[in-house]
Design a protein around this ligand. Sequence first.
Ligand code: GTP
Ligand code: MG
Length: 202
Amino acid sequence: MEGNPGGDAGNGSTVLLIGNPNVGKSMLFNRLTGVNAVVSNYPGTTVDFTRGTLIMHKKTYEIIDVPGTYSLEAKDLAEEVAIKMLNEHRDGVVVVVLDATLIERGMYLLFEVIERGFSLVVALNMMDVAHDKQIAVDARRLQQILGVPVVPMTAISGEGVKDLIDILRKACVTDVMGIKSRLSGDAAETPAISGCTGCGRC
Ligand SMILES: Nc1nc2c(ncn2[C@@H]2O[C@H](COP(=O)(O)OP(=O)(O)OP(=O)(O)O)[C@@H](O)[C@H]2O)c(=O)[nH]1
Ligand SMILES: [Mg+2]
């Protein structure tokens, strides 16, 4: 499966916000969609999810706030719904939201999304907390190693949200073997390109 470098967000225009519980997905969702959100039950379940729209550069994106999950191996109903939603939107863009103060905790889910071949972007949220706790986060390096856009942001203040919106169309697919080689130094890190995310796929 190939990404869609430089094109519109995936083949479709659905954007799924996925991440561990409490990383700020809903706060980001509110920033992206404003007031036009609709809450529904996922069919056949009592699990709520929210969808809304974002209109940007004359393109309408459907944004889905996926229930929080630690993995794509369901351990409860909410996680099961999260997985079903991903499977229903294989041509969409996945925004994997990570807590910048707990990056390792979100890596498992991130790699599961990568392994399934989704076109993705990483939103590194809670940068304000990372800053207050003096946790240094090198988003650029993470991006060069992962080979997908990584956007530092603070959903609570809105900082970085516009950058995330602008980068949605550069969402791309990456692969675990490539990441391993870049980590071990066997392959060059994807070069940073001026004015670009540096994922190297433009
Ligand atoms: N300081 C800070 N707090 C944030 C930020 N983003 C979200 N929060 C707070 O973190 C808490 C969790 O945010 P939510 O948006 O509900 O998180 P979620 O990922 O939707 O959580 P679940 O729906 O339970 O999976 C809330 O109290 C938010 O106000 C941020 O960038 N900085
Ligand atoms: Mg939420």
